[in-house]
Design a protein around this ligand. Structure first.
Ligand code: TYD
Length: 138
């Protein structure tokens, strides 16, 4: 499984750091939605779902967390620990977010507006969906 982690270019000077993200330039899709998680309770695992179409970039802009990616065949754990790192999470990818530091702020840039019908929240349904895609795709 290929993990795509972007290293954004901070504009640093004697005042500090600034990161700017533009759609289709730094981010490979049109950004239709931004959301973020904070005050995550210790031991909590968020996510537990895949998306049919949605693409996302996850940026832990403060603190740290871990992201588990699962394409139905392989699993990978990606730590997010820097505010200039962005993890690309494609559609059809099961994801879990966990191990949040108490100060973690996980920001997500998303290619679509919120749409509950785009979610696959059942893991077995996800595996079936992936298998059917492989069959349809030859
Ligand atoms: P949920 O999908 O449970 O988050 P997670 O993927 O971390 O488990 O979302 C939590 C709540 O927030 C749920 O009531 C739906 C709502 N929500 C929105 O209204 N808009 C959004 O863009 C997102 C991501 C969630």
């Amino acid at each position: 499984m290929q993990v795509i982690k972007y290293m954004f270019q901070p504009h640093g000077d004697e005042r500090g750091q600034l990161v700017a993200l533009e759609e289709f330039k730094d981010i490979p899709f049109r950004i239709k939605r931004v959301y973020y998680m904070y005050d995550t309770v210790p031991e909590v695992i968020r996510g537990h779902h895949a998306h049919r179409a949605l693409e996302q970039i996850l940026i832990c802009i403060h603190g740290s967390c871990k992201i588990k990616l699962d394409n139905g065949k392989e699993k990978k754990v990606v730590p997010l620990e820097k505010p200039y790192e962005g993890l690309y999470v494609a559609n059809n990818m099961w994801r879990e977010m966990y191990d949040f530091s108490s100060d973690a702020v996980l920001m997500v840039l998303a290619s679509e507006l919120y749409d509950e019908s785009d979610y696959i929240r059942d893991y077995n349904e996800f595996l079936k969906f992936i298998d059917e895609k492989v069959v349809l795709g030859g």
